[in-house]
Design a protein. Sequence first.
Length: 292
Amino acid sequence: MFDFDPSYLLIFAAAGAFVYGAASLFEKQPPAISIRRGGGGSTGWFSSFADRFGANDEGRSDSRLEMLQAGYEATDAVQTFTAIRLLCAVTLPLVTLIMLPLVKSDVSLSATLLLALMSSLIGLVAPATYLRVRRERRQRAVREGLPDVLDLLLVSTEAGLGLDMAILRVGEETIPIHPVLASHLLQVSSELRAGRPRAAAFRGLADRCGIQETTSMVNLLVQSDALGTSMATTLRAFADDMRSHRLLRAEEIGQKITVKLSLILATCFLPALMIAILSPAMINVMASFASR
C-alpha cells in the first residue's frame, strides 16, 4: 500500500511556485513609458494567469519605484528581485529537507517540515527586508546632504551660472561627500542635456529620492520655472526653510532623549536601586523574625 509522506505536499507546492515564477520572468512586457507608469498589459502565454494572481500595473509601478529609490535602475530590476525572492523561498526549504536528516537523523518529520516552512519564510522576507533597509539608508543620505547641496546651488546661481550648469557643477563637486545625492543630480543633468523637459527631469528626481524634502523642492522649482521667477531667490527661500526644518528635527531628537532615558532608568536602574536600598531593611526584618 502506498505510504503518503506529507513532505510531498511541500515539494509539489515549491515546484509549482518555481514554475509560475520562472514563467512570469519570461513573460513579454512592453517597456515602461515613465518612472511611475509602465506600458500596457502583458501578452505572454501566462498573461491570464498573471492577471488573476499576479500584481497589477499599479503594483508593478510601485515595485519599480521602490527599486529606483533603493538604487537599482536596471530595466529588469523588478524581475530580478522577484526571481531572487522566489529562488530563496524555494531553495532554502529544499536544502533544509535534504541536509537536516544528514546532519541530525533523529529529527521528527513535523519538526523538519516546520523548519522547512520557516526557512521558506526567511527566504521570502529577507530580500524584501534588505531592499527596505537599503532604500531607507539612501533616503537618509539624501536628506542629510540636501541642505549642503542647496547652499552650493544657491552660491552657483548667484555667481551667474544657469540652473542646469549649476546642477552639473554641484553634482560633480559633491561626489566625495554626498555620493548618493550627487548621482541623482548628475542623472538630472544628463536628462536635461538629452533634451528632457526640466519639469519632467525634476519630478523624476523627486520620484527617485522618495522623501518629502525633495518633493517640496521640486514643486517649488517647477513653479518658479513656469512663472519665470528668479531661481536664486527660490533656492534661498527653500534653503532657509531647510535650515529651520533641520533645527526643528534636531530639537525633536533632543526632546526624545529624555523619554528614552526615562524608559532605560525605569527598566534597568530602578530595580537595582530598589534592591540596594531595601535589601538591608529586609535582612533586618528577616533576622528579627528568626530570633523570636
